[in-house]
Design a protein around this ligand. Sequence first.
Ligand SMILES: O=c1ccn([C@H]2C[C@H](O)[C@@H](COP(=O)(O)O)O2)c(=O)[nH]1
Ligand SMILES: [Zn+2]
Length: 181
Amino acid sequence: MDLPEKIENLSLNNAQNSTQTKREDYIGWKEYFMAIAFLAAKRSKDPSYQVGACVVNKENKILGIGYNGFPIGCNDDDFPWGKNTPSPLDSKFLYVCHAEMNAILNKNSADLNNCTIYVSLFPCNECAKIIIQSGIREVVYLSDEKAHKPMYIASKKMFDAAGVNYWQFIPKNDTIVIKFT
Ligand SMILES: O=c1ccn([C@H]2C[C@H](O)[C@@H](COP(=O)(O)O)O2)c(=O)[nH]1
Ligand SMILES: [Zn+2]
């Protein structure tokens, strides 16, 4: 391409750029953080329930991500994934670290005060305690399908007493497609 042609193309591109407006179909912050919690849940090896969590500060910066799984060093193939086993020692409940706990322990900042946690499932009572003690002040959850169980009612009781705000996120769409192309 010789020089005059190049200059002509350049000014054409500039003219096109100056008339371009921003994309409108980008995902909002809340969708983004909830989608990250759901993506993290995809890492879980739990056959019955995969949970993801994402801790975010007031500047929309992510401070921690987690999913439910066994502690470091406890091999996914050696520890049990069953729950109603004859021997209590063979139940996953003794060993699994919950998604919220992992997100909080994985934090890349010392301070979680006034942060928000996005969770795919409303937190259980044990996670509620950890959330409160960490300084997180807001819980955004998607599923409340276990909310009728005593441990989840206890979570709400503790959140209410501690002044932790919680609300259900209802996504605009039930799918976000990610293509590696
Ligand atoms: O607050 C919560 C509650 C539960 N989880 C995890 C723990 C288990 O791995 C599953 C629940 O298994 P069920 O067999 O459906 O009881 O979810 C969590 O990460 N956070
Ligand atoms: Zn929990």
